[in-house]
Design a protein around this ligand. Structure first.
Ligand code: PGA
Length: 244
């Protein structure tokens, strides 16, 4: 049975070539549908494409080409068959100091080169000591999506990932996630006049808590980090989601 919910695996900067090959051997034939998107480290993307997976790139630069040593452009990613790009991930924002303006430029560059965007938003613990979560999310969304043409919204998926839940084993309650997902959909409706936005939840999803988290009706899928790097855990998570 095809899962109704989208499943995005963020393999982060994990795995060397032999791990990628083992991983592909274990998952092959078990996940070959369009609702699973795998985001490997850039240099390993061709291996996943070769096995016919839907692939996302974990980061891109906003220029199409030029003297930007070490960067990969949306045009280059698109040219090899990458379908999605993760933009605004907490690790990019915190470690690489990417702000809302950079996120906005990257989104526009991706859409220009036909890469669908998975836009990550979420509050940090430091933020919420000072300011309400909804205000933080509204600002992130409005700045990130400023100037994006209305007909491109179907190519944007939003991932709600509170930064305090990423890699910490702590998750918000189902009620908190449900309320925030509704709030995000509302922001997009009111500010961008788009009625059908898709919102994922991400942050410390694992093979144990997925059964409970998967009860939240308004979530359109999941962004899974650490637990997706372990092929067996990832397959059990997919199985739970597929059963609904
Ligand atoms: P995590 O990461 O599942 O390890 O918390 C989520 C993410 O990086 O998007």
């Amino acid at each position: 049975m095809m899962p109704n919910k989208l499943i995005v695996a963020n393999l982060k900067m994990d795995m060397a070539l032999n791990d990628v090959i083992n991983y592909l051997n274990i998952i092959s034939d078990k996940i070959n549908n369009k609702k699973v998107i795998i985001c490997p480290t850039s240099i390993f993307i061709p291996y996943f494409l070769f096995h016919n997976y839907q692939v996302g790139i974990q980061n891109v630069f906003y220029e199409s080409q030029g003297a930007y040593t070490g960067e990969v452009s949306p045009k280059q990613a698109s040219s090899i068959g990458v379908n999605y790009a993760l933009i605004g991930h907490k690790e990019r924002r915190q470690i690489f100091k990417e702000d809302d303006l950079i996120v906005n430029k990257k989104i526009k560059a991706c859409l220009k080169h036909h890469l669908k965007v998975i836009l990550c938003v979420g509050e940090s613990k430091k933020d919420i000591d000072k300011i309400d979560t909804n205000i933080i999310l509204k600002k992130q969304l409005i700045c990130a999506l400023e100037g994006v043409p209305a007909d491109e919204f179907k190519n944007i998926i939003i991932a709600y990932e509170p930064s305090w839940a990423i890699g910490t084993s702590i998750t918000p309650s189902n009620e908190q996630i449900r309320n925030i997902v509704d709030y995000i959909k509302d922001i997009i409706k009111v500010n961008f006049n788009y009625q059908d936005s898709k919102v994922l939840y991400g942050g410390s999803i694992n093979d144990i808590n997925i059964t409970e988290i998967n009860k939240i009706e308004n979530v359109d899928g999941y962004l899974i980090g650490e637990a997706s790097i372990d092929s067996k855990k990832f397959l059990s998570i997919i199985e739970v989601i597929q059963k609904g």
